[in-house]
Design a protein around this ligand. Structure first.
Ligand code: PHE
Length: 333
């Protein structure tokens, strides 16, 4: 039996010495494969007498299972060592500080516009939009602004070269004309958008600015409805303690017309009024021109400067800050 014992010793030593899975498999082939010494031993059993053969068979099985156990154990050890090596090689260093990209956000004017529109959508208004390059008929004529009105002079209005009677809209009010010519009352819309005037730039003026227009037309709409709506808007935007004040004014498309101020309380008991918008009851001439019966329907309209609201709410002193895309300024909002 010494041949099998020696073989077992050699085999187990070889298993223990195999330093990777490939070598381990070579050991398996060498000691238990078809051409191994083991196969020789097995073949030689045919010539033994039954007693010897049984004893030999048991020894052989013992060898096989000892080898199998050692082989499996070694394979597992080498396998997890290989895995550990791979994991180590592929390790991610999660402590590396990330490169920080500041998250983007909407521009202050966009934020304020969205808030303003949301206030009105919350009161049941729909949003309507119109073109920035607008027909003079919508920007002026349908709004009761006659052709000799000073607003139509080239020094006030930007006309589009090469097109007859096309202007960059001077206010968002043409959108109310567009809505009224298309839709029967009841109407409740807000129209946010960019507007243009031939103004020189200074701390409070810009040739490009933006407005939110509002229009409500229905049976029995009154100036009281207008006042209540604007008070609700002012409180939503500026705070619950705000009051509003309507001052008589003039717009060709509203009668009566008002300029609306919102109250403020400054430092050291300083308080006063700030103008935030123009408004009024839609002029019957405008209703008629847009195909709505002024005997049956009344309406109110208002136009709010978005820059104005943004500047008042956020303490921005110079309108140019809103257009200069200075990331240090914009990052504050
Ligand atoms: N369109 C006017 C302006 O731009 C504002 C306004 C709108 C006034 C609606 C009354 C009614 O100044």
């Amino acid at each position: 039996m010494t041949d099998l014992d020696t073989l077992a010793q050699e085999a187990l030593a070889a298993v223990a010495a195999a330093d990777d899975l490939e070598h381990l498999d070579e050991v398996r082939v060498r000691f238990t494969g078809k051409r191994s010494a083991l196969t020789g031993v097995q073949k030689a059993m045919r010539d033994l007498d039954p007693d010897e053969r049984r004893a030999r068979g048991q020894a052989l099985n013992a060898f096989r299972s000892a080898f199998q156990a050692a082989f499996e154990a070694r394979r597992e050890a080498l396998g997890s060592a290989a895995l550990a090596t791979r994991l180590e090689a592929e390790r991610l260093d999660l402590t590396l500080p990330p490169r920080r990209l500041p998250p983007g956000r909407p521009h202050l004017l966009t934020q304020v516009e969205q808030e303003m529109v949301d206030v009105f959508v919350g009161m049941g208004y729909q949003v309507a939009e119109g073109p920035e390059a607008e027909a003079g008929s919508y920007n002026f004529d349908l709004l009761n602004i006659e052709s000799d009105h000073p607003a139509r002079q080239e020094m006030d209005t930007i006309y589009v070269d090469g097109f007859d009677d096309v202007v960059l809209r001077t206010h968002t009010s043409p959108v109310q004309a567009r809505v009224m010519t298309r839709q029967a009352p009841p109407i409740a819309v807000v129209c946010p958008g960019r507007t243009y005037r031939a103004d020189a730039v200074d701390a409070t003026h810009s040739p490009v600015f933006s407005q939110v227009e509002g229009l409500v037309v229905d049976e029995g709409v009154t100036m009281g409805d207008l006042r209540g709506t604007l008070l609700a808007f002012s409180r939503a935007m500026f705070g619950h303690e705000r009051r509003i004040r309507l001052r008589p004014s003039f717009f060709p498309f509203t009668e009566p017309s008002a300029e609306v101020d919102v109250s403020f309380e400054g430092a050291a008991g300083h308080h006063g009024w700030l103008e935030i918008l123009g408004a009024g009851m839609v002029d019957p001439n405008v209703l008629t021109a847009c195909g709505i019966d002024p005997e049956r329907y009344t309406g109110f309209a208002f136009g709010i400067g978005i820059e104005r609201v943004a500047m008042l709410r956020h303490g921005v002193a110079d309108i140019r800050d809103l257009y200069e895309a200075d990331a240090r300024f914009l990052a504050r909002f």
